[in-house]
Design a protein around this ligand. Structure first.
Ligand SMILES: Cc1cc2nc3c(=O)[nH]c(=O)nc-3n(C[C@H](O)[C@H](O)[C@H](O)COP(=O)(O)OP(=O)(O)OC[C@H]3O[C@@H](n4cnc5c(N)ncnc54)[C@H](O)[C@@H]3O)c2cc1C
Ligand code: SF4
Ligand code: SF4
Length: 598
């Protein structure tokens, strides 16, 4: 039976009609607290579209979307975060993790709109009334970061322990150091696009965190069959865009790669990489040159079952990685670890065979189903100032090669090196070591057109060269090498006031009034290298598509207009090992496509 209360209760609500309200009439007019977490703001010119905000959001309230007027470039995905306020819980984690500090929350919380879609927008790209508000929530200052902004330091051999020998300078990370460094990665992947080989960087860094170094090796070999080498001497463009580097030190990507390669024993590679039973296709590919592009092409072709033979004019493999880069940066043992693994896949190398001399290109074409050429840049360039034809004037690449070949290398007491790039630093530092061994002291000076701030050599190379007592005196243009009979007296230089014109073209300008003389018994030129394509017969060259500068033209598969000839590395793109590796990989896939369609 119904009670009286049940009958009356619907009417109890009416008693509130006459009561005073306990809240204010219109809460929307109230100013929020200074650090209230309202709607997002984003400085889209600072934002790099790394997507770390998207990854951290526990409510999937952030999507990275393309934005008109924002382009993809190195270090910027071209995307920007779009926030969905149907999902956002205003926790502010996205602001805390933002690698560029571009994202913040204004203290605006009132917003009335009839269109539900408008509550999903791209802050910074779509104008909002709160865009210029100062108040709101920002990442706390004083170095507060969700990740450690400081790079794990790398141990290096002290100058006095290294200046007489070619033993390796960089010591490598311990397990603890590697894991701490790997822990700093926010896994944004912005580095992947900038790496010429598009290595799976966040994945191999994650493998270090998970202490699964076999998996790390598998990720490395997906795109790079020379990880010991690249883990030491890669030009590491990826690090220049690492999003953590915007407010801290970029990840030490190169040393982390080295750590994975160093920790995996060579004898287990085939098992880890599952390459014990490769299925032969019965087709053969010839490769000219055993530099990184040739080795990379051979590696990926071998995995696809092609029988590869590399023809190499020198008595050992590696190209400039062995005959250019000095041992103190890249020990032969590590170089050989990478190369021997490639050979273990059935790749053959015929040493001391020069194509164009011992065997013609035509013969290769007749004997193989396809040919890849990666012959590199091995001819030194001269400044051609008066005196360069003197016998005591040498080319850096010739001397570096002769050091490796164990030939007698001229080492005078006073040497001047002309050049400001990494090759110049390599020869300067190599000669400094040989001088220390021979004379007990260093007497080498390197000079370049470029002033110190625009010298092309890596900063660390210049610093280490000075630590080893070499003199670096940049900003001078060579005028003449003074000689007297078979003696060389030194180099006359004038001040170089600018190297490039307003269109960034090479057009050095000098102040002839400011002169210097560098006394020397020997001069080494290191101003770049040229290519030797004399193995291409003239009649063939005339048919081949080449540009005005005499470079072979290739398509996206690194295939020349001849069809059966592919080319990569320094003769096509350069200027470093990782480009050679990437070219070789793409060419291998191009050759496979070409031979599959044939
Ligand atoms: C001193 C020096 C230091 C460098 N330091 C770095 C560095 O730290 N990091 C980096 O990434 N890059 C560095 N580079 C650049 C890097 O070494 C090159 O970009 C890379 O090796 C080019 O690879 P490649 O495959 O094109 O040819 P290369 O490495 O030049 O190899 C070409 C091979 O082809 C062979 N060959 C040529 N012609 C013939 C022929 N007709 N018949 C048979 N064989 C032939 C050559 O003997 C050689 O072995 C350096 C270069 C030099 C010179
Ligand atoms: S974390 Fe920062 S820099 Fe990265 S996409 Fe988000 S807002 Fe942009
Ligand atoms: S290494 Fe740097 S750029 Fe690459 S994924 Fe990690 S944090 Fe991002």
């Amino acid at each position: 039976m119904a009670k009286l209360n049940d009958i009356l209760s619907p009417f109890t609500a009416w008693k509130h009609v006459v009561r005073e309200p306990v809240t204010i009439k219109d809460p929307l007019n109230r100013e929020a607290a200074d650090r209230y977490r309202g709607f997002h703001k984003n400085d889209i010119s600072e934002c790099i579209g790394c997507g770390t905000c998207e990854s951290i959001c526990q409510n999937a309230a952030i999507d990275l979307v393309p934005v008109e007027g924002v382009d993809t470039k190195d270090g910027d995905s071209g995307l920007r975060p779009r926030v969905d306020y149907g999902r956002c819980c205003w926790c502010g984690l996205c602001v805390d993790v933002c690698t560029t500090n571009s994202l913040s929350l204004s203290n605006e919380y009132t917003w009335v709109d009839e269109d539900p879609d408008s509550f999903r927008f791209v802050p910074g790209a779509e104008n909002k009334s709160w865009d210029n508000r100062e108040k709101g929530y920002k990442k706390p200052g004083n170095g507060y970061e969700l990740y450690n902004p400081k790079r794990e330091a790398m141990e290096e051999l002290e100058p006095e322990k290294r200046d007489q020998s070619f033993i390796e300078i960089v010591q490598g990370y311990s397990k603890e150091q590697a894991e701490q460094e790997a822990d700093r990665c926010v896994e944004c992947g912005i580095c992947v696009a900038t790496c010429p080989a598009h290595m799976g960087i966040p994945e191999y860094i994650k493998a270090i965190r998970n202490d699964d170094l076999n998996e790390g090796l598998r990720v490395l070999y997906d795109t790079n069959p020379l990880p010991e080498i690249c883990g030491r001497i890669c030009t590491h463009k990826c690090e220049t865009v690492c999003s953590v580097g915007h407010h801290g030190d970029p990840l030490s990507i190169r040393w982390l790669k080295r750590y994975i390669a160093d920790q995996n024993p060579a004898e287990e590679y085939k098992k880890i990489l599952n390459t014990e039973n490769l299925q032969p296709t019965g087709k053969k590919v010839a490769i000219i040159g055993s530099g990184p592009s040739g080795l990379s092409a051979a590696h990926y072709l071998a995995l696809m079952g092609y029988q590869c033979t590399i023809y190499e004019k020198l008595p050992a493999a590696g190209g400039m990685m062995r005959f250019g880069i000095p041992e103190y940066r890249l020990p032969y043992e590590q170089l050989d670890k990478d190369i021997n693994y490639i050979l273990s896949l059935g790749v053959e190398i015929k040493y001391n065979v020069t194509i164009g001399k011992d065997i013609t290109l035509e013969e290769l074409h007749n004997q193989y189903d396809a040919v890849f050429s990666g012959t590199g840049l091995h001819m030194g360039r001269s400044t051609r100032v008066p005196g360069t034809d003197h016998p005591k004037v040498y080319q850096a690449v010739d001397l570096l090669r002769d050091i490796v070949l164990g030939k007698e290398v001229p080492v005078e007491e006073n040497i001047v090196v002309i050049g400001g790039g990494n090759v110049a630093m390599d020869i300067t530092r190599s000669l400094a070591r040989l001088q220390k061994q021979k004379y007990g002291k260093v007497g080498v000076l390197a000079t370049s057109l470029e002033s110190e701030d625009i010298m092309p050599a890596d900063r660390e190379e210049v610093i280490e060269a000075r630590e080893e007592n070499a003199v670096i005196d940049p900003g001078w243009g060579p005028v003449e090498i003074e000689t007297e009979g078979d003696k060389l007296k030194g180099l006359h230089v004038v001040k170089c006031v600018s190297v490039f014109d307003e269109n960034r073209r090479f057009a050095p300008k000098f102040d002839e009034e400011q002169k210097k003389f560098f006394p020397a018994d020997m001069v080494v030129e290191s101003i770049g290298q040229g290519m030797d394509l004399s193995y291409l017969p003239e009649a063939f060259k005339e048919q081949l598509d080449m540009d005005q500068r005499g470079r072979i033209l290739v398509n996206d598969d690194f295939q020349t207009s001849a069809g059966w000839l592919f080319a990569g590395g320094d003769i096509i793109q350069g200027p470093d090992v990782i480009h050679g590796i990437a070219n070789g990989h793409k060419a291998a896939m191009g050759i496979d496509k070409y031979l599959s369609e044939k």
